[in-house]
Structures are given as C-alpha cells and as structure tokens.
Design a protein around this ligand. Structure first.
Ligand code: MN
Ligand code: MN
Length: 300
C-alpha cells in the first residue's frame, strides 16, 4: 500500500470537504453570473470547511476545455446557453483530491454532460486492482461513442499524491495499449471529457495563461520578487495558484514587475488554457478514486 491509514484519512477528509463544496456549487451556478464570483465562491467554501484549494477553481466555458481561472479583475460572465465546466481541488496537509462537474444551459450540453457522468460511473462500477490504464480508457471511449459523442483524446486522468496534482501515471480517455496498472491503495482522478462526434476532439494550447506553479526555488534579484516567491513557497509549495491569490503580497505598484521577474527567471511556470481544436463545446465529469481489490472508493 503506498499510503498508510493516517494518510488515507487525510485523503478522505480532503474528499469530503471537496464533495460538500462541489454540491453547493452545483446549485449556485447561473447564467450571466460573474466568473470571478464563481471562482471565489468555490475557494471560500473550501476554506470555510477547513480545507485549502489544491488549485484555483477552474471555470471553463464551451470550447474552453480546461485550465481557465479568473485573472485579477476578470469581468467575464457565464454566457446564456453555455456549457460550463467547474473543476475544483482540495488539499489537507498536502493530500489532494480533484473533482469536476458540468452545468449546461442548453439541451446538447446536457446530453454531453450526462454522457461524461455515465462514462465516469461506468469506470467506478468496473475498476479494480490490476486493471490497465489503457483498458480504463477503453471503457470511457466506448460509453462516449455509444452515445454519439467523442472523447477528448489528449487530456487524461492522473494519479494524485501529496502536494502533487499529477503524481506520474495518466489514465487515458480513449482505448490505448498503455500497460500501466492501477493497484490497491493508489489514488486516481478519472475525468472523461466529451465533445461532438464531428469535432477534432483534442485540445490546443491557447496563448492565454491564468494558472501558475513554482517549479524551482532559486535566487531572485529584487526584494519584491523575493517577497512574492517566499509567499508562494510557504502558501502553495508545488501546487498551482492564481495570480489573484497574490494580491497585497507586495505593494500594488510593484506587483506586475515582481510577478514578471518570477516568470522570466523560470521559477514560476504557467499552464496554458486548453481549447478544443475545432472550437466545439466540451463537457467533463471527474472524481478521485481510491483503488480497492475488487473495486474502488469514491473519495469525492
Ligand atoms: Mn480536475
Ligand atoms: Mn484532474
């Protein structure tokens, strides 16, 4: 077993906080709502329940597939008739759980959402110790294609760990020959993404970046960059963060230059926003699972 009982209890607590926050968010999301308000609401709920956001709340709308969180002073709103993916994470003492759901304000989006949820449920009902990750991808792809849609081929689920969102093993969303196995005691996030049958069904990087992560600690030149880096190291360690989480860390007039210095010195890296290559809307569902001998425990 890679995790002892005490560690598993921390994963369970992390998952419980995340599940409660997610269910409150599910009924909260409305058309024309401010995206920034949605992000802050999710993160506030997580903190109020005793967890920490493991990454900024992602609000990815229509063809924007993943990795969008509100930049500082974001004025965007949830468009009427859109398909909105909310992806949230919690860490408790570093133990990460990850979940996502979709709210669709249009009939086809609701169909894609139901299909993503069914693909996820089918994995939950069938997964067990020693199953290959390629086989899991096959389960996901079969359900999605049987419903007349396509899975996004270049986004995957992933093992999670302590202070790690992506702990090394991927779970594809399409059938593959990947021979990695899931084993008793492993913790995995499984996340099918569903799009139109005639879409390219893969994501491209957009030039926009809204989520960041510290990748190395090395010395920086200016005092303000130093101060900002220290805050990042203590508050987020190696976990992703949003620029809006850094407001008031250094005097306002020095924020932009300090943040730029951390990016340019490659101490902090950024994640591009992912967009479906043919600009088709995408739905997503995600849970974090603890693998058992004959099945799994849904932590979220
Ligand atoms: Mn996620
Ligand atoms: Mn994930």
């Amino acid at each position: 077993m890679p995790y002892d009982l005490e560690e598993l209890e921390k994963f369970r607590l992390s998952g419980r906080i995340l599940r409660e926050a997610r269910e409150e968010m599910r009924s909260y999301i409305k058309e024309n709502m401010s995206v920034l308000e949605v992000c802050e609401r999710a993160e506030t709920l997580i903190r109020a329940k005793g967890g920490f956001p493991a990454f900024p709340c992602n609000v990815s709308i229509n063809e924007v597939t993943a990795h969008y969180t509100s930049p500082p002073n974001d004025t965007s709103v949830i468009p009427a008739g859109s398909t909105v993916k909310i992806d949230m994470g919690v860490q408790v003492d570093g133990y990460v759980t990850d979940t996502a759901f979709t709210v669709a304000f249009n009939p086809e989006g609701r169909n894609m959402t139901a299909t993503a949820e069914l693909a996820l449920k089918t994995v939950i009902d069938n997964i067990h110790d020693d199953m290959s990750t390629g086989h899991i991808g096959g389960i996901i792809e079969t359900v999605i294609r049987n419903h007349g849609f396509k899975p996004i081929s270049n986004l995957t689920g992933h093992s999670v760990g302590r202070y790690l969102i992506h702990a090394g093993t991927s779970i594809p969303n399409v059938a593959s020959l990947a021979a990695n196995k899931v084993c008793v005691g492993d913790v995995f996030a499984v996340e099918p993404f569903v799009t139109h049958y005639d879409a390219l069904a893969r994501v491209d990087d957009s030039p926009q970046t809204t989520i960041f992560r510290m990748v190395r600690a090395k010395s920086v030149k200016t005092a303000y960059a130093k101060q900002m880096l220290k805050y990042i190291e203590t508050s987020f360690r190696t976990l992703p963060f949003a620029e809006r989480w850094l407001t008031n860390i250094v005097p306002k007039q020095h924020h932009a230059e300090a943040f730029k210095e951390l990016l340019q010195s490659k101490i902090v890296t950024s994640y591009p926003v992912f967009i479906e290559a043919s600009r088709r809307p995408v739905a997503q569902a995600e849970h974090t699972l603890l693998i058992k001998k004959d099945g799994c425990e849904v932590l979220t």
